[in-house]
Design a protein around this ligand. Structure first.
Ligand code: HPA
Ligand code: ZN
Length: 328
């Protein structure tokens, strides 16, 4: 078959997708209407044309502004169901999805409505579409440590609907050790832990070291700069760490390199366990996993064997009981 057909046919998983980053412009208009809000864009095309960013902070400004239309439980249901339906249509059979509750609590939305709407969509998508999923609460790292702890406390009554916690948003000045106690508490409550280490941030290698050796994460989101340290690569391998890489957003190292380095290629060559995800597809050309993988084959010169190996890592990485993993 053609490459596109081959990729489409692979049973896939996704571990690095922010639900709020799947909020398509069309749905933004629909939710704004339902919630009696006005958006400062004439139409979908004008809104999409405003998605212009050049680094993590400029991306985040657009992303946080966009999610303000999410106000009520059915909004979170619609958001999560639409992503799961899209993913299922591309043969994703399992997904672990991030969400950023702090941003919603700020607007007066309750944790019960955020987690409740998403959980209801997860159940419906599993029974109607056959896609299984779990939910990872992300701390917004540029908000205060107190805000993150209050959010964790508000979420713990719903911990049966969560599989883990993560760390996202603006890394500059917000190193992972700011969240040491939060991660320990999450772990004590039976949750898994992961953290973003976006490429080419301030102190990226120091932060990768901290999440590996101090926060003791189970996974790393992005993490491409690790190829610049043989010592950290060895630690990650020793610990069996999986990396959730999003080539659309974090696919190239530039800052400290003479020549741009392709992240997926370099990580595979270093022998690391790489899985590929779509990150924030609504803001990245509405390209979901099939499109991301097709592009990755070309830009990272992936062989079929490598694609298949990454598909397999994609299921090994699941935060599921071993028996459930074997069944996939
Ligand atoms: N990195 C950091 N924060 C984010 C991202 C990301 O890839 N997506 C949404 N918030
Ligand atoms: Zn991300």
């Amino acid at each position: 078959p053609t490459l596109a057909k081959f990729i489409h046919g692979l049973p896939k998983s996704e571990y690095h997708v922010h639900l709020e980053g799947t909020l398509e412009a069309e749905m933004k208009f629909a939710l704004a209407k339902r919630n009696g809000m006005n958006l400062p864009f004439a139409d979908v095309a004008a809104m999409k044309a405003s998605y212009q960013y050049h680094d993590l902070p400029s991306f985040l400004a657009i992303y946080y502004d966009g999610m303000k239309v999410l106000q009520k439980e059915p909004d979170f249901y619609d958001l999560a169901y639409a992503y799961l339906a899209k993913a299922a249509s591309q043969n994703v059979i399992y997904a672990e999805m991030f969400f950023d509750p702090q941003e919603h609590l700020k607007r007066g939305v309750t944790m019960a409505d955020v987690i409740g709407g998403i959980t209801r969509a997860r159940r419906d998508a599993e029974s109607k579409l056959g896609i299984r999923s779990q939910l990872i609460l992300c701390f917004v790292r540029d908000l205060s440590a107190e805000s993150a702890m209050a959010t964790l406390d508000a979420a713990l009554p719903f911990k049966a609907d969560l599989v883990g916690v993560g760390l996202d948003s603006d890394e500059a000045g917000n190193p992972p050790e700011k969240f040491r106690e939060h991660f320990a508490k999450a772990r004590a409550n039976g949750l898994k832990v992961t953290a973003h280490c976006d490429v080419d941030q301030t102190d990226t290698l120091k932060n990768i070291r901290t999440v590996l050796t101090d926060l003791k994460v189970d996974r790393i989101d992005h993490g491409g700069n690790i190829v610049q340290s043989t010592e950290l690569v060895a630690i990650a391998k020793e610990r069996g760490i999986y990396f959730t890489v999003c080539p659309t957003f974090s696919g190239t190292l530039r800052r400290t390199e003479k020549m741009p380095v392709d992240v997926v290629r370099a990580m595979l060559d270093a022998g690391l366990k790489v899985t590929i995800s779509s990150d924030d597809p609504a803001y990245m050309g509405s390209e979901y996993i099939d499109g991301v993988l097709i592009r990755a084959v070309d830009r990272s010169r992936l062989s079929k064997a490598e694609l298949i190996a990454m598909t397999r890592y994609g299921f090994e990485a699941a935060w599921l009981p071993e028996a459930d993993k074997a069944a996939m």
